[in-house]
Design a protein around this ligand. Structure first.
Ligand code: PLP
Length: 304
């Protein structure tokens, strides 16, 4: 099925959406992006976009940081995305990549005196980490300090270095430490441990991307499992001794971690709390839990 892009204020086939080689953001990382999931529900014959508004709130914060003046409100960005997904017509899980970027064909490191544009495209995308339990390693690449709370393209280089290092060494994912040596996040996910039946995750005052999935998991754990989340700094060795460990992200959903640095985590099976959260989360993002339908935006007016 052909996919579509929103590009230069129009819906066009994805294959026709191209940018020039002098585009500023290609050279200097001056773009801010989002990753949004659309989750297919075959019983409802519907795709639900998960926490669409929150993703665009984060994108707009990033635009402010990069001095990108978007000619759209958050509601308009949501409408564009629903229309794009509707035109694509996929009947499977999808991933939406919106991006606001410095579009001038101009050289020079700066944020001022440059035009900006907005684009979005959609691809069908199943699980990001294609394993039941991820094998992870602590990366020699640390999460840079003092970075804005946004998915800015230029900030992703350490994450890419970390991911490739981990995969080159036979692991599925990298876990980066903070500059101070505490557990920080995966290359594209936040991290949780289960210790004594409580969730433990790095604290918001540390520098990592405060994920929308992280926020969702904290709320679901509290509401549905009566389980508290403690936000505190985590020593590297606590990863080795935790009862359970999992990664969270829009692309990765909730991915259990089975092993870190060649040490098995817990019983080496998917932990009980992780398993329960995976089930609850999967129902919520697919529009199967009426309590959380406010987080789900249906794409199709009529079931497909
Ligand atoms: C570095 C990093 N951390 C965490 C996350 C998880 O964020 P979210 O749950 O909002 O997708 C992402 C998602 O792309 C990420 O790139």
């Amino acid at each position: 099925m052909p996919s579509y892009a929103y590009f230069h204020k129009q819906f066009i086939p994805l294959t026709e959406a191209k940018i020039g080689i002098m585009t500023h953001s290609l050279h200097y990382g001056t773009a801010v992006f989002e990753g949004i999931r659309g989750n297919w529900n075959s019983d409802h014959q519907q795709v639900y976009l998960f926490r669409l508004k929150e993703h665009y709130e984060r994108l707009c914060n990033g635009c402010n940081v990069l001095k990108i003046d978007l000619p759209y409100s958050i509601d308009e960005l949501c409408q564009i995305t629903v229309e794009l997904a509707g035109r694509c017509g996929f009947k499977e899980d999808i991933y939406i990549r919106p991006m606001a970027y410095k579009s001038s064909e101009a050289l020079g490191v700066r944020l001022h005196d440059l035009d900006s544009d907005f684009l979005a495209f959609i691809i069908p995308w199943g699980p990001y980490l294609k394993v039941d339990k991820a094998r992870c390693s602590i990366s020699s690449w640390r999460r840079p300090k003092e970075t804005p709370q946004a998915k800015i393209t230029g900030l992703y280089i350490n994450n890419a270095l970390a991911k490739t290092e981990a995969m080159g060494n036979g692991f599925d994912e990298a876990i980066m430490l903070t500059a101070d040596g505490y557990v920080c996040e995966g290359s594209g996910e936040n991290i949780f441990l289960v210790i004594d039946n409580k969730l433990v995750t790095p604290p918001s005052y540390d520098i990592f991307l405060r994920g929308i999935t992280r926020d969702t998991v904290i709320e679901l754990a509290k509401n549905e499992l009566d389980t508290e989340t403690i936000e505190r700094q985590i020593e590297r060795s606590e990863l080795y001794t935790a009862d359970e460990c999992f990664l969270t992200g829009t692309a990765a959903n909730i991915t259990p971690v089975g092993e870190v640095d060649y040490r098995k985590i817990g019983s080496n099976e998917i932990g009980q709390i992780t398993k329960k959260l995976q089930k609850i989360y999967s129902d919520v993002i697919r529009g199967n839990n009426p309590k959380y339908l406010d987080w789900c935006t249906p794409v199709y007016k009529k079931a497909r």
